[in-house]
Design a protein around this ligand. Structure first.
Ligand SMILES: Nc1ncnc2c1ncn2[C@@H]1O[C@H](COP(=O)(O)OP(=O)(O)OP(=O)(O)O)[C@@H](O)[C@H]1O
Ligand SMILES: [Mg+2]
Length: 497
């Protein structure tokens, strides 16, 4: 008997049939991967499993018992724990408080034993493979660190069913390895694990079985060691796609962006000296916490520099705010799209035109027809899955929101474009399309800085690779010199050979 099963589940939202008869079963002590293109229905299915959404029809069973009136509290009580695609922590509370809040009964206002609370948090974080300080405010944590806190919470809940929705999207090699050790340990204790990821190599590394969803339907469930990557892709997209990085050689122009001994105490970066040429893709590699996102935020004026220089086309500039940076011709797609990537409450069309209002405006008014044209173009070019360009961006699937964040910059041609994990959470087919678009932009002379935690992406797409460690650049590798090994060596604090 399966540990958990969902049969013939349907679910529709206003105008969108997200699930049309999905069936899925999870055994005790297995890692069951759930894969499919952006918008296939993966997150919707797991929200139904955790009681966060009510299905329109279908049956859920745990240990053979039908679950009726399923709710998040009910799911928690039954030992179903989940780490959502977007961490859902309280930013103004500490790490220990967040963990305690989810585990302790009776609410947080009763008398608490701070010492044991901190000790418990440290222990769970350690089991999640991390040494994040329990006293830190969640607001100060990076996305990957928040993800790890979510995982610690789930471990603490002593779950029988553990659902992970793209837990590794923003993690680098080391963190992924330690997460995999955690998963393996839980599996050996009989926990059933549902694992969602767009990184297919992870599926073969960690999963026992894999279920493929497409357009809200179950396509197939297979044993992982009886199916190869090409077949998984075929099952997912229903057609042949090459998932090879389509790097084309683009002639490089002049240096467009240069930093000289750049420092920002607030951002924790120091002594960063880099150049990016027109037409060049500079990869920025490094571990979580090495300062890559912080460097991007300093360049874009979110945490302004307090030392060193930024030069744009040879001229020293002091970038004091994002709007100043945009005015200077810079574009930025942040990793945490919820914070400043897209406005979730706004329709797709408005998000797409946000950075190029002059182009869609006439006499200071937005020209609806031009905006519509622009948005339609973006939706088509990036294959954003939506019923309408006027749909709220927040109603899109995670990967499709990421595409909207990118769409904005395709409409204008910035001088410098900084992309933080541009294909995070994006499915294989769309990923190679985004890579193709990046090269198109480079061909048009845009200087691109790409932060990525995926070494194959860094190696495949970059002309040169700057590796960060402890807030500074540990070394810069040419395309020829760069290997996974050379990058990891620098990322771990080794010196440039
Ligand atoms: N609250 C909502 N309102 C309207 N439509 C929604 C809502 N939630 C999901 N959808 C739609 O349901 C479909 C399935 O979305 P879901 O988030 O389950 O996809 P997914 O497989 O998790 O994709 P991704 O890989 O991008 O995370 C999408 O078309 C999405 O736009
Ligand atoms: Mg999803």
């Amino acid at each position: 008997m399966p540990l958990f099963s969902a049969s013939d589940i349907t679910k529709s939202f206003a105008g969108v049939q997200a699930l049309r008869g999905v069936s899925f079963e999870l055994r005790q002590g297995e890692v069951h991967a759930l894969i499919g293109e952006n918008g296939a229905g993966k997150s919707t299915l797991i929200k139904i499993m955790t009681g966060a959404l009510t299905p329109d029809s279908g049956t859920l069973k745990l240990n053979g018992h039908v679950l009726t009136h399923h709710s998040p509290a009910h799911a928690r009580a039954l030992g179903i724990a989940v780490v959502y695609q977007q961490p859902a922590l309280f930013p103004h509370l500490t790490v220990a408080e967040n963990i305690a809040l989810s585990l302790e009964a009776g609410g947080m206002w009763r008398r608490v034993d701070w010492k044991s609370r901190a000790a418990r948090a440290i222990e769970l974080l350690e089991r999640a493979g991390s040494a994040i300080g329990p006293g830190r405010l969640v607001a100060t944590l990076s996305m990957p660190e928040q993800q790890i806190v979510e995982i610690a919470k789930a471990i603490g809940a002593d779950a029988k069913v553990l659902i992970l929705d793209e837990p590794t999207a923003s993690l680098t090699g080391h963190e992924v390895e330690s997460l995999f050790r955690v998963i393996a340990a839980l599996r050996s204790h009989g926990v059933g694990i549902v694992y969602i990821s767009h990184r297919l190599e992870e599926i073969s590394a960690i999963a026992d079985r894999v279920t493929v969803l497409r357009d809200g339907q179950t396509i197939d469930t297979r044993l992982v060691n009886e199916v190869d990557r090409a077949e998984l892709i075929r099952l997912m997209v229903g057609r042949e796609v090459s998932a090879i990085f389509p790097k084309r050689k683009v002639p490089l122009g002049d240096v467009v962006l240069e930093t000289r001994a750049l420092r920002s105490r607030a951002a924790g970066i120091r002594d960063v000296s880099l150049t990016v040429r027109s037409g060049e893709i500079l990869g920025l590699a490094g571990l979580v916490g090495s300062g890559r996102t912080e460097l991007a935020e300093t360049l874009f004026g979110l945490t302004p520099a307090d030392g060193g220089e930024i030069l744009l086309r040879g001229k020293v500039v002091r970038i004091h705010s994002p709007s100043h940076a945009i005015g200077l011709g810079m574009g930025y797609v942040p990793e945490d799209r919820r914070q400043h990537g897209v406005v979730l409450e706004m329709p797709i069309a408005a998000n797409a035109s946000l950075a190029c209002l002059p182009a869609v405006s006439r006499y200071g008014m937005i020209d609806a027809a031009r905006e519509r044209g622009l948005a339609r173009g973006c939706v088509e070019q990036l294959r954003i899955k939506t019923g309408s360009i006027y749909a709220e961006t927040g109603s899109l699937s995670g990967g499709n929101q990421q595409k909207v964040a990118l769409a904005r910059w395709l409409a204008i041609h910035p001088t410098v474009l900084i992309l933080d994990e541009p294909t995070q959470g994006v499915d294989v087919g769309s990923k190679s399309e985004i890579h193709g678009l990046m090269i198109d932009l480079a061909e048009q002379g845009v200087a691109i800085m790409m932060i990525s935690s995926e070494l194959p992406e860094i190696l495949g797409m970059s002309d040169r690779i700057a590796v960060m460690h402890a807030g500074t650049v540990a070394g810069v590798l040419s395309r020829q010199e760069a290997t996974q090994h050379a990058i990891m060596h620098l990322a771990l604090g080794g010196t440039d050979a």
